[in-house]
Design a protein around this ligand. Structure first.
Ligand SMILES: Cc1cc2nc3c(=O)[nH]c(=O)nc-3n(C[C@H](O)[C@H](O)[C@H](O)COP(=O)(O)O)c2cc1C
Length: 154
């Protein structure tokens, strides 16, 4: 199963840690949205989209990339994120909606807490310090293994 992982991680590289462990399991090199040509996605069976959550949605560059993609017929996708407030049903809604509108089949969603020092939180050392921690990374690994076992025919 040829997999591409597209991610943005700007605050503390929290999401990058998740992208890397998933990439190791799925044999995929994580790339930034600005390095992806929309037509490239046709080379892949599964595409992961993830970032930190900034103002209750994924990074704008990820959302913009999805807007620029051609329509697909049920291509498999998964969503991931790290956030100060880990509320995936809410935080993922903009990306989830855009992917569905493009015809993607969302086969899984993963999220965990990420160290957050945004705004006044910096004054108190932030929240979720140390996250993603080893347990979070293990959960991300297991999430990716489930996808691999479900969909990898080789
Ligand atoms: C500008 C900015 C806005 C943020 N907005 C939210 C938010 O709306 N909800 C939330 O739960 N966390 C928010 N956060 C916290 C980040 O989602 C969290 O720290 C995340 O792990 C950052 O991931 P990254 O290190 O991969 O960029 C925000 C952080 C920044 C810097």
């Amino acid at each position: 199963m040829k997999t591409l992982i597209i991610y943005v991680s700007i605050h503390h590289k929290n999401t990058e840690k998740i992208a890397k462990v998933m990439g190791d399991v799925l044999n995929a090199r994580p790339v930034k949205p600005w390095a992806v040509k929309p037509e490239e996605l046709s080379d892949y069976d599964l595409v992961g989209f993830g970032s930190g959550i900034y103002w209750w949605r994924h990074h704008w560059a990820l959302l913009k990339l999805v807007d620029s993609l051609p329509r697909v017929e049920g291509k498999k996708a998964f969503i991931f994120s790290t956030a100060g407030m880990n509320i995936p049903w809410y935080n993922h809604r903009a990306l989830r909606k855009k992917l569905k509108e493009k015809g993607f089949q969302i086969v899984g969603e993963f999220s965990c807490k990420g160290w957050d020092t945004n705004g006044w939180l910096a004054k108190i050392g932030g929240i979720n310090k140390g996250h993603p921690n080893e347990r979070d990374l293990e959960k991300a690994r297991r999430f990716a293994e489930r996808l691999k076992n479900l969909y990898d025919q080789n």
